[in-house]
Design a binder for this molecule. Structure first.
Ligand SMILES: [Cu+2]
Length: 715
């Protein structure tokens, strides 16, 4: 028939078809529809479980061979596979078509198209199904995030998940899926392959994109591939390099002794009960950060004046103090123990043989406590250390005869369990509490000389890893009462020592951007050391605001390099403190309650919070559970949804800080093995490596982004 003849009759056919539709039943066909025939799609070959390459098409005509619109054609996949629709109305060209997906069995598969009553109905299409070659289908179950920071390790909730089916349209297990950038200029980071599980599901765990702009990812399994939704990748904010300081937060007094308790609360005290011009007393305040600002902190009664005491945490999490304030340069002989559970000091403890003003307390591997140095009630330097054992103080007269500075920078040496005095003197020394010398129990052992050959009074020291100490800043007071040479300005020179070495020696740790005195050092979860506060000027304490070292600095032990970070708002010099908090920020506060010659050091009854650069690099890992108590050498499970992302596990002992030195903090990098649901972590083998007590456990990803700390007690 000719095209022209078809057209002359098609208008009537259309009307009739429309009437049929509106009358409802598809059993009654337009009177003009007479026949059905195949147009296309018969005799194709395809892969089992897959769609045929071309649609199946029929034509409905009237008695004159003209196309008829609106006729309902029934399609049936004959029990294997599927058709895209089981009923299709013929179009204005009389045609009706479906897509055919073959069933799972190789061989001949048929499809029928039928319109009852028409000549030629039912029509049978025949197709040949062939065995597939694997990886028949891949689909995205979870897309990557719609936005991310460059280099960010995507949160587990938006790590891509793929569903892979085999040639039979069944879940394909053991199939490797490869991820790659499909568009965008940058690098795909992390593990770019994942293997399907029994359900045919492949999960990526640690992907991230380095670069900026719009990206898509391609996921490929065998010959099949699928492309993700777009990911908009932003550059890192400036704070990812500089960190960021928060606002000034007020305290009711100058919190110049500060401790993070196992309860998460903070105990602090200064010289006075309240702020500037307050009454002498310095009673502690207990601040619960979860309950309100520090102005809500509760005053804790104590029967002595703890200003200028030494302190450290004990194995059970209680805080021991040694000495305190009788007058400037004169100490008292009282010991106090604060119990974080009852939130009170234990009364009536045995006293020391000597008053101590500016001593250092050190927890030993076996739980005994050592107190060293300070001035007694008459203002004399105390050269005899005392050890707390069997709930009493025992003198160690074998230590007598050495000019010991205020608040010695003491650490337990993991190699031998001895106490290593890192400074401030030029020569460092070990003290053996169980050794003996001419004077009796206790023995000094000469150690290496600093590379900076001047006294480092009011420098800071931190054991950032078992046996590894950073000592930086200090000095600058030519009138300081130790016998070593002095400089008239503080130093920016840093040095480090590894006590694990066969012959430990001080070596260069680079130079800070600013010389500093009265600075603080805080070991961070990523293993770097944060330096805060201090003054660049010489003398006992330079309170010229222009000389304040307000920029934080960061030391990276892996590179020995220093980075200058953001500046805080307050001058924090003599009596300033810094304390690592469980959320990975650092509290930097206080300064004051003292004189600078004839001038008053400004009282800072407040703190500021520093958010280190690692808090600006995207999603943080989270710890969902960890044991509260572990023993030495024990392997314990830490649950985290970030299991595939963890590249480091560290813990850091709770801080107890004053006078530019934190006698509490010390850190261990812990060995671990990843599991499906977290990491199995092994505690240090010995208390020499990690003295007993409470540590904040952190897990980290490859960008050094830490989780919040989880409190773990080791004993
Ligand atoms: Cu002081």
């Amino acid at each position: 028939m000719t095209r022209a003849r078809q057209f002359t009759h098609s208008a009537l056919a259309t009307i009739l078809a429309a009437v049929s539709l509106h009358c409802g039943g598809d059993t009654t066909q337009p009177t003009t529809a007479a026949a059905i025939e195949i147009v296309a799609g018969d005799g194709q070959s395809g892969t089992v479980g897959a769609a045929l390459p071309s649609p199946l098409v029929v034509l409905v005509t009237d008695a004159d061979g003209n196309p008829v619109q609106g006729v309902t054609v029934h399609w049936d996949a004959a029990g294997a596979g599927s058709v895209s629709a089981t009923t299709v109305q013929s179009g204005s060209d009389g045609r009706a078509a479906v897509q055919r997906v073959l069933g799972p069995t190789p061989g001949e598969q048929t499809t029928t198209a039928s319109v009852s009553g028409l000549q030629g109905s039912p029509i049978t299409f025949t197709a040949t199904a062939t065995e597939g070659t694997g990886g028949a289908g891949i689909a995205i179950a979870t897309n990557p995030p719609t936005s991310a920071l460059t280099g960010e390790v995507f949160d587990p909730s938006v790590q891509p998940v793929l569903q892979v089916t085999d040639a039979n349209n069944a879940p394909a297990s053991g199939v490797q899926v490869t991820a790659a950038l499909a568009s965008g200029s940058g690098t795909l980071e992390g593990s770019t392959t994942a293997t399907t599980d029994a359900g045919g599901v492949a999960r990526f765990g640690d992907l991230g994109i380095r670069g900026t702009g719009s990206f898509t990812l391609a996921f490929t399994a065998g010959a099949s591939s699928v492309t993700s939704a777009p990911v908009e990748v932003q550059p890192l904010p400036a704070e990812a390099t500089t960190g960021k300081w928060g606002p000034v937060i007020d305290w009711p007094m100058v919190p110049l002794h500060m401790h993070l308790l196992p309860t998460g609360k903070i105990l602090a005290w200064g010289k006075y009960d309240s702020g500037v011009n307050g009454t002498m007393g310095g009673r502690p305040r207990l601040w619960d950060p979860a309950a309100g600002p520090p102005t809500t902190a509760r005053m804790i009664e104590v029967d002595t004046m703890l200003f200028c005491a030494g302190h450290a945490f004990m194995a059970d999490g209680k805080l021991m103090t040694s000495g305190g304030h009788k007058a400037d340069d004169k100490g008292i002989d009282v010991t106090e123990i604060f119990d974080p559970a009852s939130e009170s000091f234990q009364p009536g403890l045995p006293k020391m043989a000597f008053g101590r003003w500016y001593p250092t307390v050190t927890e030993l591997p076996d739980g005994r406590m050592l107190t060293m140095a300070g001035r007694d009630s008459a203002g004399q330097v105390v050269e005899i250390p005392e050890i707390w054992e069997n709930n009493q103080w025992v003198q160690l007269p074998g230590g007598n005869g050495l000019e010991i500075p205020y608040y010695p920078r003491n650490f337990v040496d993991p190699k031998n369990g001895l106490v290593f005095m890192a400074g401030e003197r030029i020569q460092s020394r070990w003290f053996d509490v169980d050794g003996s010398s001419a004077g009796g129990r206790g023995r000094w052992i000469s150690g290496p000389m600093h590379i900076y050959l001047k006294n480092r009074d009011y420098g800071t020291a931190v054991m950032y890893e078992a046996g590894k100490i950073l000592y930086t800043g200090g000095g600058g007071d030519t009138g300081w009462p130790t016998p070593d040479p002095k400089a008239n300005v503080p130093t920016a020179i840093a040095e480090k020592i590894d006590l694990n070495a066969a012959s430990p020696a001080w070596t260069s740790a680079g130079t800070m951007a600013f010389p500093r005195r009265h600075l603080n050092s805080t070991v961070l979860p990523d293993g770097q050391v944060l330096i805060t506060g201090g003054t660049t000027g010489g003398g006992f304490v330079d309170i010229n605001v222009g000389d304040a070292a307000r920029n934080a600095e960061l030391w990276n032990p892996a590179t020995n390099q220093w980075t200058t970070l953001a500046a805080n708002s307050k001058m924090r010099v003599y009596h300033s403190v810094s304390l690592l908090l469980p959320d990975g920020t650092v509290l930097h506060g206080a300064s004051g309650n003292a004189m600078a010659g004839i001038q008053v050091v400004p009282d800072e009854n407040n703190h500021e919070i520093f958010s280190p650069p690692y808090l600006f690099k995207g999603a943080r890992p989270t710890i969902t559970s960890a044991p509260t108590d572990v023993s030495y050498g024990q392997t314990f499970s830490v649950a985290t949804p970030n299991a595939a992302q963890i590249t480091g596990v560290r813990w850091i002992k709770l801080g107890s800080v004053t006078h530019a030195f934190d006698a509490g903090q010390r850190a261990n990098t812990l060995s671990f093995t990843p599991t499906a649901t977290g990491v199995d972590v092994t505690a240090p083998a010995s208390p020499n490596l990690a003295p007993p007590g409470h540590y904040q456990l952190f897990i980290l990803n490859r960008n050094g982004v830490p989780s919040a700390g989880k409190l773990v007690h080791v004993q």
